[in-house]
Design a protein around this ligand. Structure first.
Ligand SMILES: NC(=O)c1ccc[n+]([C@@H]2O[C@H](COP(=O)([O-])OP(=O)(O)OC[C@H]3O[C@@H](n4cnc5c(N)ncnc54)[C@H](O)[C@@H]3O)[C@@H](O)[C@H]2O)c1
Ligand SMILES: [Zn+2]
Length: 357
């Protein structure tokens, strides 16, 4: 098992990463000072796959467990779903000290995290992420949120978990598309911070796609380490944390213009390449680096561009965006593979050209 320590003073916590560690989650929680009662929030899919394993491990350490399930899907990141959970928590007499354990992907993590942050002004939160995206991204850093009025993550809080348990084996039951989507964020970490990791991904992509345990463990570990390092320096997203948005300026626009038919990972992949092409046109990124990024994204099974009608729609939506000041946009651009910078000076016309290729 590998461990990443996220240091945030009294809000510090460990991220445990390894194969099969769900089976030891009871002992791990006991060692972290938890005892007696615990509420698991999950969905039926994840509960069927992993509910028994975690339940047995907790029972063996003497925990009394209540499991609350919510339906699957992004729509559950809502005030209504949170309201139902508050009601059920009250029904089972959950107290200030009763921890909530979020078992699932980013949707469960964000919703259960929001509920943990607000129920009785905050109860302890344990993240047990079961998707690649949740293990490398959403379970780390304390952002919890609900969607509101069709706007994503509109209501939320910064609320750090007490512990993150990432069992690598859970990734193996993901659908191909879910897995590939998570790879976009993994590639992002290489570009923003660690050329060595980027090269590691290039050299090991075949093993990653074959779901080789040791390689996946390394991928999740290094991604978690990079994200934790950024969060430690900027917990409340006032500066450096913006670099985690690399590929997301264009990515978010693509997701919304496509009515979310283009998935998050696909949109981020196209967004990362658009940012890299902008940097290339500004003579910052070299052609070789741009080609390496394009090659890795392709090999990962992610898209490298949009069909033509998509680009027209996207550019006209970006023109209407109030955040586009005098035709200029804020972007995180790669300076090289392993280093990014933030600029407010990207012309919309440059974005348009970069999207075309
Ligand atoms: N808080 C943050 O910092 C942060 C960061 C990035 C994304 N997010 C949020 O994360 C969410 C997306 O997360 P996601 O991609 O994990 O999606 P998700 O939670 O919807 O999970 C995807 C699908 O996989 C299923 N699933 C989960 N684990 C599984 C497993 N081990 N085997 C088989 N199926 C499994 C889920 O039931 C679901 O159907 C979005 O709401 C996004 O806003 C939050
Ligand atoms: Zn993302």
């Amino acid at each position: 098992m590998k461990k990443v320590q996220l240091r945030l003073g009294s809000n510090s916590y460990d991220i445990d990463i390894g194969p099969g560690i769900l089976k030891q989650s009871g002992r791990q929680l006991k060692e972290s000072g938890f005892a007696d009662r615990l509420v698991i929030i999950t969905n039926p899919i994840v509960n069927n796959l992993y509910g028994d394993t975690i339940g047995r491990s907790l029972a063996a350490e003497g925990f009394t467990v209540t499991t609350l399930t919510i339906p699957d899907g992004e729509e559950q990141k809502s005030l209504e779903a949170a309201g139902r959970l508050y009601h059920e928590l009250a029904e089972c007499y959950a107290e200030r000290t009763t921890p909530i354990l979020a078992l699932g992907g980013g949707v469960i993590g964000d919703l259960a995290g929001f509920v943990a942050a607000t129920y009785l002004r905050g109860v302890p939160l344990i993240q047990v992420p079961t998707t690649l995206l949740a293990q490398v991204d959403s379970s780390i850093g304390g952002k919890v949120a609900l969607d509101h009025d069709r706007l994503k993550n509109k209501i939320g809080a910064f609320y750090q978990p007490r512990l993150v348990i990432s069992d690598i084996d859970t990734i193996k039951t993901l659908g191909d598309k879910q897995f590939t989507d998570g790879l976009a964020e993994v590639i992002k970490y290489g570009v923003i911070q660690d050329e060595g990791f980027f090269t590691y991904l290039e050299n090991n992509l075949d093993r990653i796609k074959l779901l080789d345990t040791e390689t996946l463990e390394e991928v999740v570990f290094r991604s978690a380490e990079i994200k934790a390092g950024v969060v430690e320096k900027d917990e409340k997203d006032l500066g450096l944390r913006a670099i985690l948005n690399f590929g997301h300026t264009v990515g978010h626009a693509i997701e919304s213009v496509s009515d979310f038919k283009v998935s998050h990972g696909e949109a981020v992949a196209i967004g990362m390449l658009a940012a890299a092409r902008i940097s290339r046109r500004m003579s910052i990124l070299t052609q070789n680096e741009l080609s390496r990024l394009e090659g890795l994204i392709k090999r990962a099974g992610l898209p490298t561009g949009l069909p033509d009608p998509g680009i027209e729609k996207l550019v006209s939506a970006m023109k209407q965006d109030k955040k586009v000041l005098k035709g200029k946009l804020r972007f995180v651009l790669p300076e090289s593979l392993g280093k990014v910078f933030i600029t407010d000076e990207v012309n919309l016309s440059l974005v348009e050209q970069a999207l075309i290729g």
